[in-house]
Write a protein that binds this ligand. Structure first.
Ligand code: MSP
Length: 524
């Protein structure tokens, strides 16, 4: 059902030096939701995620645990990072690991191409390095340490001491790309989103780019520089290339042409790598730059960026074990404006679960299906010519569907959910106003009762389709309960961009019993 429009979207590849936390899960569910939306809309969609397995951080984590780096990443990826996708119902099309041969060989090929084109030279380097960021830090991100680190220079993000490194390195001539990058940001205004991220990138590039050290010789956990095997390729150059190697760069020209270029969704901490270094690398190689880079904000816990290293990390299963994966997806995608920071709290999560999912959407679904069972023996009644109360619902559905699609196109799942929720609120209000339980007591109102319940059921049909990329589990249950699976086919095959059409659910369809979609949570 592809309409031929290619939509290739990626998450960052995560460092499996440690266990996943809800910040990683946040990026993954956002990308998965966008991918599901486009897939269901008929776009030729490809979603990639994976793990970033080389570098000093990994080497140290393995050493601290007394195993080789390969053993360490194999264990973490198998036991924690693959399962995370299941925990969160992520339907990725591929998973790349940077230790796979399909990646390593193509990275060497790419770096050799840059060398052959004259963009790489050998030089000396001395600078402060943060192993947490795997980056030589720019002046603006170096701060004075406090407490145990008094007197030392520390990383502004990790608050850990920086290490002074002095090495012979190979350099990429990043400084030559300033003008072309500025031209890119000018000619493709939404290349970097949101606006605040775009401004930050533009002023960074305007302040002047330095050449980038792209190899390390002090350790060997990485991909060898093809012309000098005493060096390994800098882990960020290695990592960024995953987006190209995973879709056939250097091996499968057809697949590469079909998928590339990609949209990258990243946390704002790694924006510069994606919006400055990566497009410059691609320009140097003569390849297309990405379609765009969207930087989302940080999940904050107690006002600080949540992280495992600062011990504020929360495992995604702590949430899904209690509330389920749909609630996880819904909560993070609706409660935080995509692109801004957001504070996580258990109180906020519980309150939204109760108000919006259990009492809002869940209750609409259970009372509508229950009334069709009670008053029409479980068969969806036909609708008679209605009045303006009915057409108001129809209009709400049509405009919510259009607005949600437009919001997803701008990478704003939060705004898409807000638009879809106008249907939940309107339909609940419609039931309250029309009082089907009162109509049911009056035989002369039988036709009106049918119209009201058809209207509510049809609104639910639209909700199931529109919410399926966000909450695949609950919407699937609802789809089956509405009897729609039999008459209309699989939920994920319902064309998303037609979800706002009216009269799709067929009268005569049998409704099946529906257990509460969002059961009451017993607080421990
Ligand atoms: N390996 C690099 C990325 C290479 S991409 C070519 C890396 N990995 S990471 O595991 O440290 O983090 C990756 C991403 O996880 C971040 O960009 C962000 O999307 C997400 N998050 C990690 N902590 C987060 C929060 N506290 N809040 C929101 N997202 C967070 O960087």
């Amino acid at each position: 059902m592809s309409n031929g429009r290619s939509f290739y979207i990626t998450t960052p590849i995560y460092y499996p030096s440690d266990l996943p936390h809800i910040g990683h899960g946040y990026t993954s569910v956002a990308v998965d939701t966008l991918a599901r939306w486009h897939r269901q809309a008929g776009d030729d969609t490809w979603m990639l995620t994976g793990t970033d397995e080389h570098g000093q951080k990994m080497l140290r984590a393995a050493a601290a645990n007394g195993v080789t780096p390969q053993e360490w990443v194999d264990k973490l990826v198998e036991e924690s990072w693959f399962p995370l996708l299941k925990t969160l119902d992520v339907a990725n099309d591929d998973f790349i690991r940077t230790t796979q041969p399909r990646h390593e060989e193509r990275v060497q090929q790419f770096v050799q191409a840059l060398f052959d084109r004259g963009y790489i030279y050998a030089g000396e380097y001395e600078a402060l390095y943060c192993v947490g960021c795997e980056e030589f830090k720019p002046e603006a991100e170096i701060v004075d340490g406090t407490g145990a680190f008094e007197g030392l220079k520390v990383c502004a993000i990790h608050s850990k001491p920086l290490e002074l490194l002095q090495e012979k390195n190979y350099f990429f001539k990043l400084s030559e790309f300033g003008d072309r990058l500025l031209e890119l940001y000018r000619s493709v205004p939404d290349f970097v989103r949101p606006e605040s991220a775009r401004n930050e990138v533009i002023s960074f590039v305007k302040s002047g780019l330095k050449d980038l050290s792209i190899s390390r010789s002090a350790f060997d956990w990485g991909i060898r520089v093809p012309w000098d095997d005493s060096h390994v390729i800098y882990v960020w150059v290695d990592a960024l290339l995953n987006y190209a190697t995973a879709v056939g760069y250097g091996t499968d020209p057809e697949q590469f042409a079909r998928r590339w270029p990609a949209y990258h969704v990243v946390g704002k901490d790694i924006l510069r790598f994606h919006a400055v270094i990566w497009p410059a690398m691609l320009m140097a190689a003569g390849l297309d730059v990405p379609r765009g880079v969207f930087a989302h904000g940080w999940l904050l816990v107690g006002g600080e960026k949540m992280s495992k290293s600062k011990l504020t990390g929360i495992a995604p299963t702590e949430i899904t074990d209690v509330f389920g994966s749909d609630a996880y997806r819904f909560y993070f995608l609706s409660a935080i404006a995509f692109g801004q920071d957001g504070s996580f709290s258990w109180e906020d999560l519980s309150a939204r679960y109760q108000a919006e999912l259990a009492n809002g959407f869940g209750n609409l679904a259970s009372r509508t299906t229950a009334m069709i069972e009670r008053y029409f023996e479980g068969v969806v009644p036909p609708a008679a010519a209605g009045d303006e109360r009915d057409s108001a619902i129809r209009d709400t559905v049509a405009s919510a569907a259009a607005e949600a699609d437009a919001a997803m196109e701008r990478f704003r799942p939060d705004e898409a959910i807000a638009a879809i929720w106008t249907i939940v609120d309107a339909a609940n209000g419609y039931i309250t106003e029309n009082e089907p339980w009162a109509l049911a007591k009056d035989e002369t109102q039988r036709e009106r009762l049918g119209t009201v319940l058809y209207t509510a059921a049809e609104a639910l049909r639209a909700l199931a389709v529109l919410l399926s990329p966000i909450m695949p589990v609950a919407t699937e249950k609802l789809w089956i309960a509405l009897g729609a699976a039999e008459s209309l086919g699989r939920l994920q095959d319902q064309p998303l961009r037609d979800a706002g059409a009216w009269g799709v659910l067929r009268p005569g369809t049998s409704v099946n019993g529906l257990a509460p979609l969002f059961p009451r949570i017993e607080q421990a």
